[in-house]
Design a protein around this ligand. Structure first.
Ligand code: GRF
Length: 225
């Protein structure tokens, strides 16, 4: 049964998949600490036993599990079936990829179709893959950012739920730019989870329609006039 908070609201059960530091996991932990947040973390799953995110979860009293890809040499289906089983056993309703560094097969992606989201450190569809900040600097773009999207079998593709843009500033290196983007990642991942958990996102082909009022935004210009 879906968990109910003190206001009688049901909370969507999240499974967060990590491989490392877990700062986006922490943002979700912090958001879910508010009982009015419409989701809670049922399980944190890591493919690496030494992922720091596991400590963050344990500290917050959240169940953790490790499914190491190294225990399934040459057997990706076995690795993914084990992950899938742990998520289902925990009653997970939405999978959140948060720095999970294994590519998922079409089989796994289809198991969680429209029930799995990812955060990526670029304004998709630009800069899929790794090293996004240096590649944005090399391309000379004046805006960079981050994206939360539904997961499809193609890497870093799928209907976009939320994006945040940050300016690229004179003198930026990849570290400075990554920090500016990460700050926004920690804002938009909880926002995207909230929108999904509240049932406000509807996937319409390649696009996500957000139900409910969304205020108008001004255009951003960089460099400023
Ligand atoms: C983040 O930049 C996220 O966008 C990307 O991997 C990184 C994970 O960082 N998918 P953390 O583990 O959440 O700190």
């Amino acid at each position: 049964m879906a968990p109910v908070n003190d206001k009688g609201l049901t909370r969507l059960k999240l499974g967060v998949l990590i491989s490392g530091r877990g700062s986006n996991l922490q943002a979700l932990i912090d958001a879910a600490a508010d009982p009015s947040f419409p989701a809670e973390i049922a399980l944190v799953l890591s493919n690496k036993a030494d992922a720091y995110g596991l400590e963050r979860a344990a500290k917050a009293g959240i169940a953790t599990t490790v499914v190491s890809h190294r225990d399934y040499p040459g057997d990706k289906p076995g690795f993914e079936a084990a992950m899938d089983a742990r998520l289902r056993d925990a009653g997970v309703e939405l999978v959140c990829l948060a720095g999970f560094m294994r590519l998922l097969s079409p089989w796994f992606v289809n198991q969680w179709h429209d029930r799995m989201i990812n955060i990526h450190p670029s304004l998709l569809p630009s800069f899929k893959g790794l090293d996004t900040h240096q590649r944005a600097l090399d391309a000379g773009v004046r805006f960079h950012g981050c994206t939360v999207h539904y997961v499809r079998a193609e890497m870093d593709a799928g209907p976009i739920i939320v994006q945040a843009a940050v300016p690229v500033l004179p003198g930026d290196d990849d570290h400075a730019l990554a920090g500016r983007v990460l700050e926004q990642e920690h804002r938009i991942y909880p926002l995207a989870v909230r929108l999904v958990a509240e049932g406000r996102t509807r996937v319409d082909g390649d696009r996500v329609v957000i139900d409910g009022p969304v205020p108008a935004l001004p255009a951003l210009v960089n460099p400023p006039a």
